[in-house]
Design a protein around this ligand. Sequence first.
Ligand code: PAF
Length: 282
Amino acid sequence: MQVVHSLDALRAALKPYDSPAFVPTMGNLHDGHLALLAMAKEHGDVRVASIFVNRLQFGPNEDFDAYPRTFEHDCALLEAAGCDVLFAPGEADLYPQAQTFLIHPPTGLADVLEGAFRPGFFVGVSTVVMKLFQCVFSGTKTQAHAFFGEKDFQQQLIIRHLVTQFALPVTIVTSPTIRESDGLAMSSRNSYLSEAERAEAPRLQACLQAMLAAVKAGQQSLEAIEGTAMATLRAHQWQPDYMVIRRREDLGMPTDSDRALVVLGAAKLGRTRLIDNLSFDR
Ligand code: PAF
């Protein structure tokens, strides 16, 4: 695996290839990332990953400084997983100037749920993803692919819109959330959990499962289902931000005729904020 830090080195490394299969990450890799890389192996002619903890998508009171950085270990995992090129830019490589051109995703999609609780998050994500795509795909001759996890459901939806609206020559491929054996969605932030919190953490997914079951059982009031989930989490010392049922296509409020749905939740357990979701058809 070739490890490159600058844009010039990346472009030189990718020059012999026609169609990169790209997995952008912020590092601290787990099986969820490796599942994306396994999918990438089935596309294109070169596997590229990036590791960049993107300051632009962290709010002032969020965990940018504490975000786990495990570069050597990540390199070993990527190498073993068949990554060909790792792009690991420093901040000065990706943001040589203060980034004043920003991508503002549309409000209906980006100011709700994660966007409501993390203002500016999707501006930071959209901007860095656009920039990473420009870096990785600039020499692409045939359709390229980029891979994202469904755990970040709203993120992948926004990135799909970004690709469509800017006519980027990239196909977005998503992979199902990879879970621990007790149902907890894998996340780099799980490493913040204490032992007791780790034992409690699967409740988020269990609440989403209960919401899904209630919808499938025909319970009419979605607000009541959402309220029950919020109350359950609060009763177990969580601080939920949202537990909602939404239309899968655009995160709008479902009407009676909408069949493709997703339940999404975000909640804090101690100081760790976890998110999760489940897609289903009713
Ligand atoms: O999902 C992530 O790890 C990040 O949001 C991404 C897409 C790599 C952009 O920084």
